[in-house]
Design a protein around this ligand. Sequence first.
Ligand SMILES: *Cc1c(COP(=O)(O)O)cnc(C)c1O
Length: 393
Amino acid sequence: MKYEVDQLGFYGRYGGAFIPELLHKNIAELQEKYLEIIESPGFQRQFNQLLCDYAGRPSPLYFAKRLSEKYQTKIYLKREDLNHTGSHKINNTIGQILLAKHLGKTRIIAETGAGQHGVATATVAALAGLECVVYMGEKDIERQAPNVARMKMLGATVKPAKSGSKTLKDATNEAIRDWINHPQDTYYIIGSVVGPHPYPDMVARFQSVISEEMMQQLAAQTGRDYPDRIIACIGGGSNAAGAYYHFLDNDAVELVSVEAGGLGIDSGHSAATGVLGTDGIIHASLTKLMQDNDGQIIEPYSISAGLDYPGIGPLHAHLISTGRTKVLTATDDEAVKAGFELTRLEGIIPALESAHALAALPKINFKPGEITVVNLSGRGDKDLATYLKYLKD
Ligand SMILES: *Cc1c(COP(=O)(O)O)cnc(C)c1O
């Protein structure tokens, strides 16, 4: 595979593991063992069984007839919104909780911004009967009260990060500090294709079930096992990585990544890292990130909490810089409009994150026979209050 990670954890010039010395042992253990464990038949059996019986996979591939008529082409939706806990995030947390068990770990930590990854982690920790601590910025705890309540109900301890901007990057620092202090018994579940090697590759592999199913479903429904185009939104990039994975080497498949344009990419209030980012180190890997001239991270902004991340996974930094993926952006308003469009045409309320992927549709010149798959990463129940504000205005 052309876009596979190398021995040291790099995709081209991006990736690696820029970690504090005190974490060296933990990361080295993961780097040495992850492939052998997750590729073993026993692990694969457990993983696939939970994906099927617990998460509800395979997720349907749905031909969106009315949406297709509107854009004069063939549009299919990969329904990750129908998974347990409402998004693709459960695919990854199931994989990592099984890995934690195989490594003999008894305590789980995670960090979360919007709370979606925190909920997915608290869910699998309950399933596995393991202690779970989720770090979350103090400001995010206030903004995301329903998800904080879910995590608590699931038995997790939610610890506030009170330093800095009191958001995701501060929660990440707290999680790393915790891991340094509990190297023996603790496993750190990262929620996207970010972080030090081997996390980006590991998370991409767990999410690759999305494109694996897509191949089979496309073959059954269209007679061809690949589409002409795949569209996915990008926060850290895990749903996109999963949707692209088995098509990365197939140049007949155009890969479109949609980032959060916020109030507009020139407004200073966006999360369009692939467009605005420059090379630097964030979350222990070298990638594109939004930073000022002094290397200080610029607070990202998006109406969608799940896309509100100042970096992007190193795989995506590589795919963008080599031209393999095409980056589009969608503003808050464009995403909300696309969310309403899908709801009214198909009766599906998408997550605001996924609505960004849908907002790419008016920006693409479709040919009538072409097949496009939009990865519908999550459902919009959590975003109703935001949608309804637009309905009133
Ligand atoms: C978290 C989230 C995202 C963004 O994360 P990626 O790692 O980029 O996939 C997108 N959609 C939904 C529904 C999410 O919860």
